[in-house]
Structure formats: C-alpha cells, structure tokens
Write a protein that binds this ligand. Structure first.
Ligand SMILES: Cc1ncc(COP(=O)(O)O)c(C=O)c1O
Length: 380
C-alpha cells in the first residue's frame, strides 16, 4: 500500500495531461504563458472570489501575502504552532514576530477563544491554518479581527483547498487565502506551485507585482518583490487535473468519513478525543472531530494513538506506511523556540506526541481501509 497513490490519478487523466503538456511545449511560453491566466480564472470562479494569483509555492503565497500587507520588523502575526513550519517561517523572514496561540484538541486548528488575549497594538495579521483539510473557525476569527480595527486574516489553506465552511469555499473565507499545489496536496501539481485568493483589488495588484520582483511595468520596479512565479507547465498540469477535482473532493470526504466510522466500530475503545483527555497519558485510539458546519478534504487522515513509534513500526511490518504531521510544534523547533515559552501551547505539544496519519487519497479503496483498520487493531 502507498501512503498517497498518485499513479491511479495520473492514469485516469493521461489523455488530458498529455494534451496540456504538448500544448505548452508547442506554444513555448514557459513563463507566464496563457495557462496561468486560465488556471487563475478557473480557480477564482470555483472559490468564489474576484482574484486568484498563482505563485511558486504555498510558502511563497504566504510570504507574498504578508509582503502585500506591508508586514515588517516590529509587527506581530498571530498564528498556530501546530502546522508545517512554513506558516511561521515567512513571518520571521520578514523580520516580524509570530505570536503563537494554542490549538483546539477536537480539530487541531487554532483555538479561536484564545486569540483575543494575544492581540496587541503591534498585531498586523491573524494567520490560522486549516489543518488536515478542515477550515479553522473563520467566523470567530474574522469577528475578532473586525473588533480590533479590521486586522487582515490570512488563511493557510495549503491542506484544505476544496473544503467548504458555512457554505463558502476554503481560500474564500478571509482577507487572503493561500494554498499549495505541492504534489500530495488535495489539488497537487507535479512540482511546486501555489496560489493566493482575495476579493481586494489592491491586495491582488500588489501580489501580482511582488511575484515578479515588484515590477509594475517591464523593468520598472515600484516595490521590492521576489521571483515568485508559478511555471506555465505546472499550471497546465493542475488544469489537466481539474475536471476530476470535484469527484476527488467527494471521494476524500467519503473516505475520511468511512475511516472514522470503521475505526469507531472496529477498534475497541476508539472514539473522538475529548478536551479533558489532553494532558493525561492517552489510553486508546482517538479521532479528531469534523465540525457540523464544514467539510474536510482530508489532505491527511490523522488520528491519535498511544505509543506512536511502536504502533508505526507494527503498521510498517504489516505493509502499511504512515506519516507524522507534525512531530514537533513550531514553538519547540530549534530555530523558533526562543519566540515562545516551551509550555505555552500545551495542547499542541500533547497532540504532537500522539498524531499519526494513515494512507489517504481519492483513489484509496474500501478494502485498503479495512486492512489499515485491522492492522491498527492488532498494532494497538
Ligand atoms: C499547512 C501548510 N502550510 C504551508 C505549506 C507550504 O506549502 P509549499 O510546500 O507549497 O510551500 C504546507 C505544505 O507542506 C502546509 O502543509
């Protein structure tokens, strides 16, 4: 079994993929070719916002978003420590300070009830992460931002493209949404890529200039930018995947729901994690919770287990690969630990010791899920 099966998908889209790649090779506009605008138009319409700007990666999307907002030294950005390091990395790169807020044990997303206490006159943005494919509590976060002088909110939606929150698509629920087309992401390319989404015309214009070295006209650099374009070929590949995407999103939702159902009914004692269990030794398999007002595209299907390393080794012996997203919160990383006290985000620290991600993808079949569940039962 593979952790993520991309081969089946590739076989299913082969004709369109070959056609799209051949088109790019024929027109030869490898940089800023027509596929860039085509993909941006397609994705903006899907998300339901005015602007989509493709960029070199999900990391670059967040960096450019912060640059467009003018973030710099002395500024504070509120975010979560339980994420891929890129979320905090871009803040530090600009000389600003990430201010870490602990996560909610039910979803592993930032705990919105703890944000307001961390707002200061230096807070210039709030950057929640829609982890594993479930959108963070954006309504509460947007309300807090509005109460404090309309602080911009940037959604790190690297893992949640395609998810729905209160009837709106991820990437369209805040000032700026940033996603990634890293190959294993819900909408992956065959290489690096990413995009920003916004309804704000000025932010959109700024990000378009920043991604090409701050250029407003050819060789006129009106601001400091980066080399942040996405390749035409990468956009063509995402376009080739696009006709299958809605089906894949539905598959991901169904496969995730099936995992939860199978684990709860077939693994003795397995149930959803409750808040009072965090901080105690974990007594059995626990699942995270999908909240009723949203969907989850399960970029990862992640559960909590006691004795994780032993469980992982047993699963590996049964031929089942797993991953850990993430073993160390940003607040405990060598390059970042000076920015936060070690025990200031206890829930994130506890989750990091127990999370394990199971094989997941739109082409995972029920038989494989049965095998995973059976092996987990034995491994525990
Ligand atoms: C939550 C999160 N944020 C940001 C990123 C960075 O995206 P990219 O790898 O496209 O730079 C990732 C991808 O791994 C991610 O999972």
């Amino acid at each position: 079994m593979q952790f993520i099966d991309l081969k089946t998908q590739q076989a299913a889209i082969k004709i369109e993929l070959d056609r799209r790649i051949a088109n790019v090779l024929a027109h030869g506009q490898y940089i800023m070719g027509p596929e860039i605008a085509e993909l941006e138009g397609t994705l903006a319409a899907y998300v339901g916002v005015r602007h989509c700007v493709t960029v070199a990666s999900g990391t670059e999307a967040m960096l450019i978003a912060l640059m467009a907002l003018g973030i710099g030294p002395g500024d504070e950005i509120i975010t979560t420590p339980f994420t891929f390091v890129a979320t905090a990395e871009v803040v530090v790169l600009l000389g600003a300070k990430p201010v870490f807020v602990d996560v909610d044990p039910h979803t592993a997303n930032i705990n919105a009830t703890l944000i307001e206490a961390k707002i200061s006159p230096r807070t210039k943005a709030i950057m929640p992460v829609s982890l594993y494919g479930q959108v963070a509590d954006m309504a509460e976060i947007n309300a807090i931002a509005a109460r404090h002088g309309n602080i911009p909110v940037i959604e790190d939606a690297a893992q949640s493209f395609g998810a729905v929150y209160k009837g709106k698509k991820s990437c369209g629920v805040s000032t700026i949404g940033c996603t990634s087309f890293y190959p294993s992401k819900p909408l992956g390319s065959y290489g690096d890529g990413g995009a920003l989404f916004t309804d704000d015309d000025d932010i959109s214009q700024a990000t378009r200039e920043i991604r090409v070295h701050g250029q407003s006209k050819r060789y006129i650099h009106t601001r400091v930018g980066v080399g942040g374009r996405m390749d035409t070929l990468g956009c063509a590949i995402v376009l080739a995947k696009w006709p299958r995407f809605e089906w894949e999103v539905a598959q991901r939702e169904a496969i995730g729901a099936r995992y939860t159902e199978m684990l709860h009914t077939q693994v003795l004692g397995a149930r959803a994690l409750s808040a009072d269990e965090v901080s105690k030794p974990l007594s059995g398999l626990r699942t995270l919770t999908l909240l009723p007002d949203r969907t989850n595209v399960y970029a990862q299907y992640t559960i909590l287990v006691p004795n994780r390393e032993r469980v992982r080794a047993n699963l590996q012996n049964a031929g089942i690969p797993t991953a850990v997203h993430y073993p160390v919160p940003v607040t405990l990383q060598p390059a970042y630990q000076h920015l936060c006290c070690a025990d200031c985000t206890p829930v994130a620290n506890w989750l990091a010791q127990h999370v394990i991600s199971l094989p997941m993808g739109p082409d995972l079949v029920a038989q494989d899920q049965k095998e995973v569940t059976k092996a987990l039962l034995e491994a525990l």
